[in-house]
Design a protein around this ligand. Structure first.
Ligand code: 3AM
Length: 179
């Protein structure tokens, strides 16, 4: 079995920039710069043949290149606790449209529909017992984060491997605009 999700890779300069703000919360599990990404659609554990089917459907997706701007910072809470901090993404209809096409491709490959609302973000750290004051300070320090737009001309199917220091991600297949 292999754990999969669709997402976007980030340009090196952006990963470096986020790497530079990946500090200041004691006990945070910072995502390594090479693993920073935008998740488009979580798939979960599948077999090799199921992965091939998913990839084959994704390969039929066509889209025009578009620009994405990372801006702002936020957090996700679970049961009243901050579980992750992230850098946000400016609303971009083309990004939502690409996500919809991936959702349809996943459905054609037999995946159950994703019911969670799409909240595009770049997870910077996962937290379990962080001090609220440190989380607040990190969010305040990065609320004005804004990067130059970058062009999205491909998406990827990533595998996720759980290691001793958290998950690492590998782009198993890339799907360029040109097909
Ligand atoms: O790294 P981000 O936050 O973009 O949170 C998981 C991670 O997102 C998310 O998939 C990405 C790659 O692991 N994820 C994990 N389990 C999930 C689930 N059951 C999930 N998303 C939706 N449903």
């Amino acid at each position: 079995m292999i754990r999969l999700f669709f997402g976007l890779e980030l340009p090196g300069e952006l990963r470096m920039r986020i790497g530079a703000i990946s500090r200041g919360i004691d006990g945070a599990r910072w995502v390594a710069p090479e693993d920073l990404h935008i998740t488009l659609r979580f798939i979960g554990e599948v077999t090799g043949p199921a992965m091939e089917e998913i990839a084959a459907e994704a390969a039929s997706i066509r889209f025009e290149p578009f620009a994405v701007t990372l801006a702002g910072a936020g957090h996700f809470e679970r049961r009243g606790r901050v579980g992750a901090v992230w850098i946000g993404i400016e609303p971009e209809p083309a990004l939502s449209a690409l996500r919809e096409r991936i959702e349809a491709a996943a459905a054609r490959a037999g995946q159950q529909p994703e019911r969670r609302r799409f909240r595009p973000h770049v997870t910077v750290a996962r937290l379990s017992r962080a001090r609220p004051a440190e989380v607040r300070d990190w969010l305040a320090a990065n609320t004005l984060f804004r990067a130059v737009p970058f062009t999205v001309d491909r998406f990827a199917l990533f595998s996720s491997t759980l290691g001793r220091h958290g998950s690492t991600y590998t782009a198993e297949c890339r799907f360029p605009v040109e097909g």
